[in-house]
Design a binder for this molecule. Structure first.
Ligand SMILES: [Zn+2]
Length: 217
């Protein structure tokens, strides 16, 4: 069974799986709630099987993600790291990364807590950085290969200026650097760091139960 299975949706990290689930909800529009999961070592790499149920209609589905191998499979080198490589994602397309970035930027207005705001800015920054990886050296508009669905193509056609490389870079330029977001000044810093750890725990252990299988024996 193991060797015959495909590697599923290729991802660089569990964080990337999380974003994939966010932009690919159930057909009814409901968000997926991850449940049981396990990792399988196959001849072609690691496959993360995630059982998910729709929060709206209750439909069950099993998703398969292909994770990079190594000592700590799928484990990001840094907190919240999505994709340490310069290669664009194969799971989430350019327009979807922009949707995610806008979601995190818009959320900031609704958040009161400084730490949560910084976390949201960091997520927005990382999603914009992923979007930028799709532009080739001479590309101003998104290249055709960066948009994988009619929905993504329609979004870019409706707002071509918003998807120009310069626009994405401008958005990125307004967000503090990753280093600064990770080192919020003074007394907030500790709170920020523990907030990030808490968020990572929530995402990776409670929600994904990732470290459970990610730990080496
Ligand atoms: Zn549903």
């Amino acid at each position: 069974m193991a060797d015959e299975s495909t590697c599923g949706v290729p991802v660089h990290s569990v964080q990337e799986e999380y974003f994939y689930l966010m932009v690919h909800p159930c057909d009814c529009g409901g968000a997926w709630l991850p449940g049981d999961q396990h990792v399988e070592r196959t001849a072609r790499g690691l496959v993360h099987h995630v059982r998910a149920s729709c929060s709206a209609c209750g439909k069950d589905r099993t998703l398969e993600f292909g994770l990079p191998g190594g000592d700590a499979p799928g484990r990001p080198a840094a907190v919240r790291e999505i994709n340490p490589t310069a290669a664009p994602s194969k799971a989430v397309d350019l327009a979807e990364w922009m949707d995610l970035a806008r979601f995190y930027l818009e959320r900031i207005g609704r958040l009161k807590d400084k730490v949560r705001k910084a976390q949201s800015l960091l997520d927005a920054r990382l999603c914009l950085e992923e979007a930028l990886k799709f532009y080739g050296p001479g590309d101003d508009a998104p290249p055709a290969g960066a948009l994988w669905s009619d929905s993504s193509r329609a979004k870019v056609a409706a707002q071509p200026d918003a998807f120009r490389r310069a626009s994405v870079e401008k958005m990125l330029g307004r967000i503090p650097s990753k280093e600064r977001l990770l080192k919020v000044d003074g007394p907030v810093q500790k709170e920020f760091e523990s907030g990030i750890r808490e968020e990572a725990r929530r995402r990776t252990r409670e929600r994904w139960k990732f470290w459970k299988w990610g730990r080496r024996k």
